[in-house]
Each structure stands twice: as C-alpha cells, then as structure tokens.
Design a binder for this molecule. Sequence first.
Ligand code: HEM
Ligand code: FPP
Length: 308
Amino acid sequence: MSAAPAPAPAPAMAAAHALPSRVSQFYALTKPRVVQLIVFCAFIGMVLAVPGLPSGAQWWQMAVASAGIWLVAGAAAAFNCLVERGIDARMKRTAWRPTARGELSNAQTLLFSALLCAAGSALLYFWVNPLTMWLTFATFVGYAVIYTVILKPLTPQNIVIGGASGAMPPVLGWSAMTDSVGPEALILFLIIFLWTPPHFWALALYRVEDYRKSGLPMLPVTHGNEYTRLQVFLYTLILFAGCLMPFIYGMSSWIYLAAAVLLGAGFCLYGFWLWRGYSDALARKTFRFSLIHLSLLFAALLVDHYVL
Ligand code: HEM
Ligand SMILES: CC(C)=CCC/C(C)=C/CC/C(C)=C/COP(=O)(O)OP(=O)(O)O
C-alpha cells in the first residue's frame, strides 16, 4: 500500500515555519562568531579607556556602543557575503551561505546590510559620539569595499592591508568612551593587525584547494605552502614582540605580561612546528590556537585592569 502524500501545510503554518529559518539565514550572513570576538575586543578597548570601575552611565554607554559596533560589523559581513556570493559558491567552506545558495536575493541582502548599518550608525551617532560613528563607518568601508572588492582579488597581501579594518575594534571602543583615539588604543590596534596574518594564513594553508578554486590570489596559492609557513612563523615572532607593548607602555602590569608571554610562546611554537613540518591537522590547530590567543590576551587585559 503506497503512503498518501503528506497534506500541504496551510499557508499561515508554512509562513510560521519559514520565519525562524529566514531569521537564521539573515543571522548567518552577519558571521556571528567573528563579530562576537570583534565586539569583545571593542569592549576591552572601552574598559581600558575608563580608569577604575565604570559608573552606571558609563556601563550604559558601553552597552549601546557594543550594540552599535555589533550592528555595523554584522552589516559589513553581510555586504561581504553579497559581493562574494559567486566565490563563496565555489568554496566548500562557504558554499552553504544563504547568499551562495541563492536562498536570499541580492536586494534582500543589500537591504539587510543597509538597515543594520543605518541602525548601528544611528546608535553610535546619537547615543555615543559622532567620532565613533565615523570611525566605525570607515571600518565598514575598509572591510566591505576596500578589502572585499578591491584588495582581495588584487594581491596576496590583501589580508595584511585589509587586516587594518579587523584591527579597529579596540580603537572604536576607546573612542566610544573618550571621544578621542589614544596611544593605548593604537597599541591594541597593532596587536590585532599583527595577529591577522598568522590567523588567516594558517587557515588558508589547509583550505588551499578551496582558495585555488575561488580564483583569489591568497598567499598559499600564489607563493606556495612553504613560503606561507615561513610567513606565519615570522608573524608569530613579531606578534610576540607587539604583545609586550601594553606592558612596556605602562598600560598593563604583570598579570597581562604573564598571559602575553605564555600565549605568545604558544603561538610561536605552533608557528615553528608548522614551519618545520606541515600537516593539515597542525595548520588547523594553529588556526584554532589563534582564536584562543586573541580571546585570552584581551581577557587578560580586562583582568589586569581591574585586579591591579
Ligand atoms: C582581514 C582579516 C581577517 C581575515 C581575512 C579572516 C579570515 C577568517 C576566515 C576565512 C575564517 C573562517 C574559518 C572557517 O570558516 O572555518 C575566520 C574565522 C574566524 N575569525 Fe577571522 N579573519 C580576519 C580577522 C579577524 C578578526 C579581526 C577577528 C576578531 C577580532 C576574527 C575572528 C575570527 C573568529 C572568531 C573566527 C571563527 C569563526 C567560527 O568558528 O565560526 N577574524 N577568519
Ligand atoms: C564595523 C566593523 C567593526 C567591521 C569589522 C569588519 C569585519 C567583519 C572584520 C572581520 C574580518 C573577517 C570577517 C574576515 C573574514 O575574511 P573573509 O571575508 O575573507 O572570509 P570569508 O571567506 O569567510 O568570507
């Protein structure tokens, strides 16, 4: 006996089921995990900009600034998904994205990105300060246009130069609380700027076939596996030195220093092992360690600020 075909859902029920999946499709465009770490780094910039414990009003300002930066960063990520929908469709890692699968139209994605960007910018302009809004908007343009549209298809140094927009969050956080950009914020910028190449190239090494198919001139495709491994190792060494800057400048004390030395040594070791002998598994571990490194380093800045 053949089973009767399932009855078609009533239009209202179908719409109710479609809603959560639509929401999660839009949410996925914002690259949530990346943006979480971005907002965390911005938040640490805010914390360090305020001597001692923040007042009630300052906590409120931090919450609004974090929401504004989160929205604009999400908008930048969605815009990147729109521009790169063709490239994403060719790579295993990104082929699932709703833009690559054609589940969201260009107009829907553009509107979503514009709405997030406008909402975040308004929060920053009216409830934080115009300087933070303009710096965040410049970061949006830096990532969504300069990196995604111009640099990425142009040069294997794309992520080094484009990394400047990824490094902006602590500067945005600092300016949200002080209406200025201090040297301390620039030191934190430098740390993320130096962290980006080993973070990305570790991933690009084990995703090299994806990038070959994409047609993008990423370093392991243009200069090969061995050269990229050397670059990863050298950047972990420079990063180690860069991470000492908050201590040398006097903005953090020994708790941060201990964390920076331990995490930096760990990242240099991964860089060294990867340089001496390659495996996809080791490259993947190095990439994962890059995320632990940055998260714990910024957490150490927070602990150091409040404990000492
Ligand atoms: C130009 C700069 C950057 C490039 C090219 C880059 C590239 C990437 C890529 C391709 C992935 C995807 C890994 C995967 O799908 O398996 C990734 C993951 C990630 N990146 Fe970056 N990244 C950059 C900057 C940053 C910055 C500034 C942060 C945070 C401060 C960050 C945080 C993360 C996190 C948290 C993940 C893991 C996402 C997940 O597990 O879903 N990245 N990055
Ligand atoms: C306003 C503000 C703070 C903006 C931050 C900009 C931003 C989202 C920076 C993060 C960098 C990032 C997601 C790189 C992913 O590389 P990719 O785009 O090459 O990776 P993909 O291949 O996964 O698309």
